[in-house]
Design a protein around this ligand. Sequence first.
Ligand SMILES: [Fe+2]
Length: 321
Amino acid sequence: MTAIRGYVAPTTESDALGVHSLDRFVLAVPDAHVAQEFYGNFGLDVRTEGNALAIKTFGHEHRWGSVVEGAKTKALHHLSFGCYAEDIARLKARIEGNGVKLIDPPPGFESNGIWFRNHENVLIEIKVGPKVSPDGKSASQWTSAPPGTAGAATRQNWPPVRPRRLSHVLTFTRDIDVSIQFYERNLGLRLSDRSADLVAFMHGIHGSDHHMLALVKSSAPGFHHCSWDVVSINDIGLGAMRMADKGWTKGWGLGRHVLGSNYFHYVRDPWGSFSEYSCDIDYIPKEECWPAADHKPEDSFYLWGPDVPPEFTINYEGGEG
Ligand SMILES: [Fe+2]
């Protein structure tokens, strides 16, 4: 078992147990080159490593995402969550105690982790790894040029936008309540906020963004979007503009969410799901008990922004497209 230093007790509850990070999302796609082009243009550091594309952020060694080739259509291959070495045995015992069957890792993903499927057959790994969820709220830049100077450079002189880290993923689920219960009971995630039986947001007990995993109701499980933290609203706009210049014109934004509070722009990816530029998402410290609430749908999706495009919630993995 890999020993990872840096254990931090969760919350003020000595017996609380849970993963500390969303370590990685893994997609299976028909053509990895398409994925490489899309995520590369998005501002990510995409390289071939082993049997997969590794999606990293520049200046950060962590592999936030992987893309494997071979699927007929895009599909969520699995989600991998990170925990402290001190917690893996207790997490394993709890998961087995809940009646969840542990299984072998899929070929090419052998690891020190534990593997299982959720109630909708979504493959999940929990492994010992570094805490890659932030330990505090990520600083954002809100700059204003002093009088007598120009605040904006010419377009050609702006450096490419480079997201700092993965913030969260949103997955489709048939049943929000059952999914919340699964991730609470087995991974120790906690509900941050929800809106009826339509959407829910879950955070980690060791301190994380308002959500490391979000859930949206659909007719089948699947992958809706990955979200990448950028330093400013300006970077959201620049990223969206760069993607449009490269031909990735569809999406949704600029806007601001209510639940999580982040500013956003979603770029539609080659498979009908999305990649989100996100800035200033709420943070839930490990010492805080976030007052999870059920919000009215008409008052909780976004504070401002353009109308939601009709294809935004189509689940192409569920055969809706
Ligand atoms: Fe998001």
